[in-house]
Design a protein around this ligand. Structure first.
Ligand code: ZN
Length: 364
């Protein structure tokens, strides 16, 4: 199976365009057309992980954290990134990473954390804006359904739990074909009036080219009139963190024990307990401290993430409990998530969960 096909199942859920601007998700080493028969899944890529791939003869590593992040200026083996690059290329091993793109989607890392904590009514904590576009086009009435079907099939018109969303109204379009035109209706040199539908729908920005191509392919006119407008609506299924609720409120210590057990933690760094029960829970895999204000605004009882700094703990101000479970610990289930996605789509493809614990932080 080609790497391209394998990663397409991940990108179906987590389009690369949803990654943060500082990120470097995607295929880092190798070619999309390379055939592989297995993949090794890991949170991080360390030298032990690449050795594991070599030992098991696995030609594709899928990681959450990108190997190449801040740029590489030379590859002479001076540090672990350079040594891994050399080993990967020498051994024909491809390296693919899905990082903030899989952090930022409804069925990504944070949904996995919510699932592990058995939360309900989960939604994105900080929905992202500037991701939606409005598409308006004008279609002869006879072709309206055909055009709608084509653009819906490429993902246009998706709002929350509904798809095929659009609005159309009838009106009259006018045009005059020039000498070298080949009009679908009307005569050269004469102004033509045609009964048309004005069709409106929305598209996520990353699907723009795909939807426009589909529109141009099925629309009968030689020159298709269409408008694309940026929208300020928030996209409810894309953004940072998630918030959900426990079935029943439970005591703080009881919840901490549940958290410790579920995430296999030896320690939780947390702010002062309030003595109140926990019901509403905000989570953010990785370094989520910048979303503390969103968790407070959403009235979460507790915010679970990693990488909180000393002074940031003060910002809880008694309004929320901060529970820092560790960066690696919060994202350890990314491996299980990759496994779930790929197993579902390509059940016969061999997937290996790395046996290396890549967390660089140890607790004594
Ligand atoms: Zn991370």
């Amino acid at each position: 199976m080609k790497i391209k096909e394998i990663v397409s199942y991940i990108e179906e859920i987590a389009p690369i365009s949803y990654q943060e601007s500082y990120d470097n998700s995607g295929l880092q080493i190798g070619k999309m057309d390379t055939e592989v028969d297995s993949a090794l899944l890991t949170v991080d890529i360390t030298e032990e992980v690449i050795d594991e791939a070599i030992l098991k003869n696995i030609k594709l590593i899928i990681s959450h954290h990108p190997l190449i992040f801040g740029g590489v200026k030379r590859i002479n083996g001076a540090n672990f990134v350079e040594r891994i690059i050399i080993k990967a290329i020498k051994n024909d091993i491809g390296i693919y990473s899905a990082h903030t793109n899989i952090d930022n989607v409804e069925n990504g890392i944070n949904a996995k954390i919510c699932e592990k904590l058995e939360l309900q009514n989960c939604k994105i904590l900080v929905p992202r804006d500037n991701e939606l576009l409005k598409l308006v086009t004008f279609v002869p009435i006879s072709h309206l359904e055909m055009v709608k079907e084509a653009i819906f099939n490429t993902g246009a018109g998706h709002i929350g739990k509904y798809d095929c969303c659009s609005f159309s109204a009838e009106g009259t379009g006018t045009f005059r074909a020039q000498n070298d035109a080949n009009p679908f209706v009307g005569k050269i040199g004469e102004i033509h009036h045609e009964k048309e539908s004005k069709l409106e729908t929305i598209i996520p920005r990353f699907l723009k080219n795909k939807v426009i191509n589909a529109l141009l392919k099925v629309h009968p006119y030689e020159e298709v009139a269409y408008d694309i407008f940026p929208l300020e609506n928030k996209l409810s299924d894309v953004g940072a963190g998630m918030i959900g609720e426990l079935k029943e409120p439970i005591e703080e210590i009881k919840f901490f024990n549940h958290l410790k057990k579920t995430f296999n933690l030896s320690i939780i760094r947390h702010t002062e307990l309030s003595g109140k029960k926990i019901k509403k829970i905000a989570v953010c895999g990785g370094s989520g401290s910048s979303f503390l204000k969103n968790a407070i605004a959403a009235k979460a009882d507790i915010f679970i993430t990693g990488d909180f700094k000393y002074h940031q703990f003060f910002d809880a101000e008694g309004k929320i409990i901060i529970a820092d479970v560790g960066h690696y610990e919060s994202e350890q289930f990314s491996v299980e998530l990759f496994n779930d996605i790929l197993k579902k789509n390509i059940p016969n493809f061999a997937l290996y969960l790395s046996e290396i614990k890549t967390n660089p932080i140890n607790y004594y």
